[in-house]
Ligand binder design. Structure first.
Ligand code: ATP
Length: 356
């Protein structure tokens, strides 16, 4: 461990110059690579043909390797393993590569791959959140059990695509035909406002930080309130939850302590489930807050989320901890740099990482 106060001053050392931080050109790659450059690292984007020119257009991207499709990433692994590269994964990176591919790679990897197993299964995720003592929506095993409004969530859906709001058991029975041959869960629909809280947990200092928060802008559920309920009657409008963007959010300060504790609880439970390192680095707890100010947790993402993108220049929360613009992407690079400076790089990498 190194003293937390040491980490508050940006280290001017040149350590980062020797390493390249790499990620896939999508999701939050701009933020990750800009942050890496700001901390003195070389940067590499692995982009598909369509995104290649975009990433080349930024001065903070030193190198772009173009591939036909993101699933071809594994063909680059042997080359990347011979270089001093550190991979920073994001949501799309995880979506494009299988769990097996992740585990096979020996490229130094920021984060703990063991957490991926707990995150990628909805069932294991529930166990994790329950162990952390967080409030989660009820789940129903069959349509007959439904006794309140539910949201039908398809497995592997991205950004809420294909989700269905169901009013009661009868409604489900009538519409279950649409779900034939698909895997889904039936989750209690929580009526409240969504809030996505972005955290960073440092395995070097043992300190948790709230980095920022966002709310998603979802079509069409965020626009239904613009049409009076009476006018909607008979219109056959169904709510959908397709994410089109993210908007910054700050929480009432009286609710902040609870948000902070949820982050601590998730980290503690992860250390019990995947000892000794557990979850570290960036993560996000996706909540819905009800009128009696209860936080229900829908999901956890164990890495940087795209909801941090409105904060490339920092957020009100990161400003409280840093007197300079500190995005989550930059915070990751800062952590890697601090690990290098304290001769402790393995502490921030997955144990499969082969250092050169
Ligand atoms: P991602 O993987 O990108 O996080 P996803 O496909 O897993 O997205 P969720 O984040 O689970 O989707 O949910 C998408 C949206 O559906 C949420 O932002 C919220 O508006 C709504 N939603 C999800 N679960 C519930 C719930 N239990 N009650 C009410 N609304 C919900």
């Amino acid at each position: 461990m190194i003293a937390p106060e040491l980490l508050l001053t940006p280290p001017q050392a040149k350590t980062g110059d020797f390493y390249t931080i790499a990620t896939l050109g999508s999701h939050s790659a701009l933020q990750i690579l800009k942050g890496a450059r700001d901390e003195g690292f070389r940067t590499l984007a692995i982009a598909n043909r369509e995104a290649e020119r975009l990433y080349r257009s930024y001065a903070f991207v030193d190198e772009v390797i173009a591939i036909d499709q993101y699933s071809d990433f594994m063909s680059l692994v042997p080359e990347l393993e011979t270089r001093k590269v550190i991979i920073v994964p994001h949501g799309s990176f995880v979506a494009y590569l299988s769990l097996e591919d992740h585990k096979q790679m020996r490229i130094p990897y920021f984060g703990n791959k063991a957490v991926l197993d707990w995150e990628s299964s909805r069932e294991l995720q529930r166990q994790w959140l329950t162990r952390a003592g967080l409030r989660i929506p009820r789940q129903f095993r069959t349509g007959a059990e439904i006794d309140r409004p539910v949201i039908v969530k398809l497995y592997g859906a991205q950004g809420g695509k294909g989700y269905m709001f169901v009013r009661d058991a009868h409604d489900f029975e009538q519409r279950a035909g649409k779900l034939a041959r698909q895997n889904y869960i039936l989750q209690e629909y929580i009526i409240g406002v969504p809030a996505y809280i972005h955290y960073f947990y440092s395995s070097l200092t043992g300190k948790l930080e709230i980095m920022s928060m966002d709310r998603r802008y979802e079509t069409n559920v965020d626009s239904l309130g613009r049409i009076p309920a009476a006018a909607q009657e008979g219109m056959d409008v169904e709510p959908s939850y397709v994410v089109v963007g993210n908007a910054p959010l700050v929480l009432r300060e009286s609710m902040l302590a609870h948000a902070y504790r949820m982050g601590e609880d998730v980290v503690r439970a992860s250390q019990e489930l995947c000892p000794p390192k557990g979850l570290f680095g960036a993560f996000c707890i996706e909540t819905i807050i009800t009128p009696d100010t209860q936080f229900y947790v829908m999901e956890i993402s164990a890495r940087i989320v795209a909801g941090t993108n409105p904060f490339i220049d920092g957020s009100p929360y990161s400003y409280l901890n840093y007197s300079e613009p500190m995005s989550t992407g930059r915070r990751i690079a800062r952590e890697i740099k601090n690990a290098l400076l304290s001769n402790n790089l393995p502490a921030v990498l997955d144990d499969s990482s082969r250092l050169r």
